[in-house]
Write a protein that binds this ligand. Structure first.
Ligand code: GRF
Length: 194
């Protein structure tokens, strides 16, 4: 059996997308394994979930680095390389990256965003989609480049916006698709790597 691609999932919060990737990797024919879950804050709920699943859960706390985001990223990068990580999957990682990490992992770092990019990059995507009177919403998996939520799109999933939808209802409908889309797109992506 060929070795599976080692993926690190970077989180800041509950980590439901991370869990979806972990679950997908249980399948015998999944081409990736989640070898590390890394958070930038100790209170990220997903750290405990990962540890319970038997995955190394590491916090590289941003706090001691203060405003020096690059120094924080250098510590993250060292932790990833020490473990032989090959691909990064950002999953609710709520810190804007500096060019250091983006360049170091160019072509090997993915992100999931809860909108149909290029529509609604940034925060509060569901509220903005509702306010704009959109007929549909969705999510996007893309490669990470210097511009926030701007990299090449690898996959998208669409959901309808229904009468009476509020932010919560819409976010739940999109989240279900995020979990499916991220696992499938990441698998397709790692199959294209050498
Ligand atoms: C998801 O909606 C993801 O698209 C966005 O942040 C949220 C993270 O949720 N980038 P979770 O931590 O994966 O549950």
């Amino acid at each position: 059996m060929t070795a599976r691609t080692k993926v690190a999932v970077l989180i800041s919060g509950r980590g439901s997308n991370m869990e979806a990737l972990v679950r997908a990797a249980y399948a015998a024919d999944c081409p990736f394994e989640v070898s590390l879950v890394l958070a930038n804050r100790p209170d990220a709920g997903g750290l405990a979930t990962a540890a319970e699943a038997g995955i190394e859960a590491l916090c590289v706390d941003q706090k001691p680095f203060g405003k020096d985001r690059e120094a924080h990223e250098r510590a993250i990068d060292a932790a990833l390389r020490a473990r032989g990580v090959q691909v990064i999957a950002l999953a609710g990682y709520m810190r804007i990256l500096t060019p250091f990490l983006v360049d170091a992992w160019q072509g090997r770092m993915l992100n999931i965003h809860p909108s149909l990019l290029p529509k609604f990059p940034g925060l509060d995507t569901h509220a903005r989609a509702l306010a704009a009177g959109e007929a549909e919403a969705g999510c996007t998996v893309h490669l990470v480049t210097a511009g926030v939520d701007e990299g090449p799109v690898l996959g998208q999933a669409r959901v309808p916006i229904l009468p009476g939808d509020d932010e919560h209802a819409l976010s739940q409908r999109v989240l279900e698709q995020e979990h499916r889309l991220y696992a499938a797109t990441l698998a397709d992506f790692v199959r294209t790597l050498d």
